[in-house]
Design a protein around this ligand. Structure first.
Ligand SMILES: O=C(CO)[C@H](O)[C@H](O)COP(=O)(O)O
Length: 232
């Protein structure tokens, strides 16, 4: 999708932001547009305080003089705006393509609402075409990997597991110092059960299924930006 369309989705989400709001700032190329546009509004007087979901977003927000805070200082946020790798009609998501899923989920869970901004190619009938990122502790990686592989089999995954960055010689390390295993499902038919099965594995820190967290999405297509609401 063109950067112009991503920016249009971001601009739509920005219309929901009011002075006085406490905001969660997402991570990724679409969220980057949102932060850029937010920076322009802040420069012209919008009064917000923001919690970033990654070091990259924190650096971008700082460079734009967007006031930042954390979840020690703020107990709740009004709204998080973030991108997604996949979303279905119920606004369940796969996230973590950029590796920020843990902080993204913590921030979204601390928010009264979550808006996703994405392009039309991210909209799917059934989640699972995009490999599901699973953030794991470095300790005991082999054991964790084998147990996750068993869960994949039980959930009918079409492919296997790949340690992110392994093919480039250096594993990708998250902001939290963990590793990511990408799980190739093809189709996830029981997302709630899969979520529980993965979280039951001791070495799993978090996974990229965001279920019942997103309340609204702005999806940019060449025909314009569609507004999708949960349960619509
Ligand atoms: O979950 C994410 C990062 O962890 C991103 O929001 C997701 O990967 C979408 O990114 P982009 O807007 O660049 O397509």
């Amino acid at each position: 999708m063109s950067e112009a369309l991503k920016r249009e989705a971001a601009a739509q989400a920005l219309t929901e932001v009011r002075s006085g709001m406490r905001l969660g700032l997402g991570t990724g190329s679409t969220a980057k547009h949102f932060v850029e546009l937010l920076g322009e509004k802040v420069a012209s007087g919008l009064d917000v305080i923001c919690v970033p979901t990654s070091e990259v977003t924190a650096a971008q927000a700082k460079s734009l003089d967007i006031p930042l805070s954390d979840l020690e200082t703020l107990d709740r946020l009004d709204l998080t705006v973030d991108g997604a790798d996949e979303l279905d009609a119920a606004l369940n998501l796969i996230k973590g393509g950029g590796g920020a899923l843990l902080r993204e989920k913590i921030v979204a869970a601390a928010s009264d609402a979550m808006i996703v901004i994405a392009d039309g190619t991210k909209l799917v009938e059934t989640l699972g075409r995009f490999p599901l990122p699973i953030e794991v502790n470095r300790f005991g990686l082999g054991a964790t990997r084998r147990t996750i592989a068993e869960v994949l089999l039980a959930h009918g995954a079409e492919g296997g597991l790949k340690l992110r960055g392994e093919d480039k010689g250096t594993p990708f390390v998250t902001d939290g110092g963990h590793l990511i295993l990408d799980a190739f499902f093809g189709r996830i038919s029981r997302p709630e059960a899969l979520s529980m099965d993965l979280l039951n594995i001791p070495g799993v820190v978090q996974h990229g299924l965001f279920l019942n967290m997103c309340s609204k999405a702005y999806v940019a297509t060449p025909d314009g930006v569609k507004r999708l609401l949960k349960n619509n």
